[in-house]
Design a protein around this ligand. Sequence first.
Ligand code: C5P
Length: 398
Amino acid sequence: MLDGKRILLIVGGGIAAFKALDLIRRLRERGAVVTPVLTRAAEEFVTPLSASALAAHKVYRDLFDLTDEAEMGHIELSRAADLVLVAPATADLMGKMASGLADDLASTLLMATDKRVLIAPAMNLRMWLHPAVQRNLALLKGDGVLIAGPNEGEMACGEYGPGRMAEPPEIVAAVEAALAEGPLKGRHVIVTSGPTHEPIDPVRYIANRSSGAQGAALARALTGLGADVTFVTGPAEVPPPGGVRVIRVETAQQMLEAVEAALPADAAVFAAAVADWRVANAAERKMKKDGSGRPPTLEFSENPDILARVSQLDEGRPCLVIGFAAETDDLVVNATAKRARKGCDWIVANDVSPATGIMGGDENAVTLITAAGAEQWPRMGKDQVANRLAQLISKALA
Ligand code: C5P
């Protein structure tokens, strides 16, 4: 909940600005007090009257609105907030933020604030992928700005790709995560999630059926308890939750590098379904049939075991290292042996026989294996498994 939290909402001028109205409504439903600020361009998409009616609050539009003695100055306005939210954050606003320009009310507030800033970028995919925007994004992340989205999808201009603003519920979740002051506040947790893709050639790869649902649910639950989560994800079906630092990778090797770069951490949870093998003779160019009728022979080499490596670190090992074990037979025996072999603290074991419907489904039936033995949990939603595990992690780190 956002009871009484003050959100300064800066609405940039893009087609996604219409979603800002729904966002205001949802933030208020959660108990937040929303002060909207519209850029000049935003007013082409939404009217100050509708923003002010939904927010039940005065809308600020111009730097010179604030010169009146009766009004707050831009310093006070930006500092009175608990969080500054920019939605949609256009390429222009991101550029101003990254280079320190302050030539209108929105950019001046962003420079004057000492509070956390969360942006929800929205733009055409070509703009999003432009090196200048990506450069600005990296600068903003380095400045500690939190980013929600963007998502991949159909754009207003009819194209398809990354650049769609995160949906209002996702932005609300990211706001809650940014303001959360749970028992894991100040704790850094790394979560790996999703499958890995191991290339055969530039267009083909070996993958697995992991949807990334359990990893995403866990990251969300940990964020909900206030943790600072680094979410290292392979190409998963389920999008990452809001409010986490997302690092996207494809291969096991890249996942290992991303995890190592994210250390130190208080805890690390390895929910990813990492490919055990990669193609050793992956081709640099697309393989073609050579007319001989003989299929190519793939050779494999073993991937690094990320969980084992992190569990066995001499220096900088997280206090709590948790692995997952998807098994089809002798669940407890195999998972207990795995815990010992890899050197992790806990193993979350689950039966992924096709009859269970767990792989790709919404539910999970897990057995938690710790030094104290095996504890079987009843079958429950993946979100509930995540919440219960997050609570236990929080207790273990207390
Ligand atoms: O050995 P197995 O793949 O069953 O182990 C599962 C656990 O180990 C999971 O937590 C998975 O994320 C992790 N793992 C890993 N790196 C690998 C293989 C598995 O981190 N190369």
